[in-house]
Write a protein that binds this ligand. Structure first.
Ligand code: ZN
Length: 250
């Protein structure tokens, strides 16, 4: 079974379509949340995400944009974008977002999906030290998470050593992949990175494919039409910073 794992699309239709074009054959799509917020195509991206599958966990922006949570934890730019998104979303998409489940969920054995972390859906996990306790307590070997917009793998190996692994690509241009073999007796927290607003200094859209039978993860980076996504953000009157950061990848 081959699982396409997407996260933090953030209403960026150009990035989503580029990833789907680049994605290899797969059996299911799992979505780790933050479908909307920041970008200019919330309805189109929600519609496309719903067509792709029915396995989702909710993100903090999904909650804020549909009114499940308030904007207290949002900075002014994120808050402005969330209110704009709430105005734009159709009633049907708002209802869909309100019904999204809280992580963790386990659609199949031996893996779980969360937006932030297994203990707190809004927690940011970046370093091996953040993940160590979570990995030692994890009851499944593989946790897929999003929220940080940083493509990364945190590992607790057989010897109980915590490690952090960031995919290293041959080129910063064109479509690139990096493979990671999933070992037995090792626990992993894996972040596919963000499709719609990468923050690891690589502006290319990020996702991954998990081949369960081959025990192999393939990380992807895919160029997309950033200029077009930016034009839409400017035209929508959204905060300009949301457009500029796309080309910086941060
Ligand atoms: Zn996000």
């Amino acid at each position: 079974m081959r699982l396409l794992i997407l996260s933090d699309i953030h209403a960026n239709l150009e990035a989503l379509e580029a990833c789907l074009d680049a994605a290899p054959e797969h059996d299911h799509v799992y979505n780790l949340g933050d479908i909307v917020g920041y970008g200019a195509n919330p309805n189109e991206v929600t519609a496309r995400s719903r067509e792709l599958g029915n396995v989702f966990v909710r993100g903090n922006h999904d909650k804020a944009c549909c009114g499940v949570s308030d904007l207290a934890s949002f900075n002014p730019i994120a808050g402005t974008a969330a209110l704009w998104t709430r105005e734009k979303l159709t009633e049907d998409h708002l209802l869909f977002l309100r019904a999204l489940p809280h992580g963790p969920i386990s659609p199949i054995e031996d893996l779980q999906l969360v937006h932030g972390s297994p203990r707190d859906e809004d927690e940011y996990i970046l370093a091996a030290s953040d993940a160590y306790v979570l990995l030692s307590r994890a009851t499944v070997p593989l946790t897929f998470f999003g929220h940080t917009h940083v493509q990364r793998c945190l590992v607790l190996d057989e010897q109980g050593q915590g490690k952090s692994f960031a995919p290293v690509y041959k080129s910063a241009k064109s479509k690139q992949t990096v493979k990671l073999e999933i070992k037995k007796n090792t626990k992993y927290m894996v972040n596919p990175g963000s499709i719609g607003q990468p923050r690891d200094n690589d502006p290319r859209a990020a996702f991954l494919l998990y081949d369960v039978d081959a025990a192999l993860i393939t990380f992807y980076r895919v160029p997309y039409n950033i200029a077009r996504a930016q034009e839409k953000i400017f035209a929508a009157g959204l905060p300009e910073r949301l457009a500029i950061r796309l080309e910086e990848g941060r």
